[in-house]
Design a protein around this ligand. Sequence first.
Ligand code: AP5
Ligand code: MG
Length: 216
Amino acid sequence: MANLVLFGAPGAGKGTQAELMNAWLPVPRVSSGDLFRYNLSNNTALGQTAKAYMDKGELVPDDVTVAMVAERLQRADCDAGVILDGFPRTVAQAEALDRLLGEMGRRLDAVLFIQVARQTLLQRLAGRWTCPSCGAVYHEVFNPERNKGLCDVDGAKLFQREDDTPETQARRIDVYQEQTAPLEAYYRTRGLLIEIDGEQDIEGVQAQIKTAVQAL
Ligand code: AP5
Ligand code: MG
């Protein structure tokens, strides 16, 4: 059983690391951003609601986000644990998560805080390409795909996220500082925060996360 949160600014590498963790931690990854993008591509009411916020780099309201993640956590595949990516992002979401896990007789084991400087975040977001079907994430310079424009895992044609314009990237980082960074103190106070040096290369970050999780 492992209930983990990957915490960090946009572009810190949460999605990249969560995907690699699959190789040694057999629990599902639940990414609130991916859930919103899935709803968006299927044109659901939830997707339409979220789009207005995502396009501007703003957070989707807490009640909408918490309801979506709660539904996902209650599915059977999460019984053995979960790696949360991009959730929680506000103190209200963190309190809701404590409540949700409590109702299931569970609690968070650790919050892995991937720390990266703003300049690095911007470089990473600028060169990012994503697989529409499996969610795998690449970078033009730091982590290129083997066959230009095609996902290594399933061969799908890679795309750049709509919220990866320079303006929205900068706004997402500002929103992180204003609304999400306070969670660092929230989790530090509870003894759950584990700091990870996110400036290392992808394998280096993964190795540090693996060591930290295995020590729990
Ligand atoms: P979301 O999808 O969560 O986006 P984000 O937080 O902006 O984070 P990113 O996905 O951009 O970054 P990441 O940390 O996953 O980095 P990645 O691995 O891709 O949210 C999108 C939107 O949805 C939000 O703006 C909001 O509107 C809404 N939303 C989502 N959750 C919400 C919530 N809880 N509440 C309210 N609203 C919510 O890596 C980035 C790039 O860097 C890649 O190209 C990668 O290859 C490269 N890279 C990664 N690690 C390294 C490394 N160590 N060295 C070099 N390159 C690296
Ligand atoms: Mg991500």
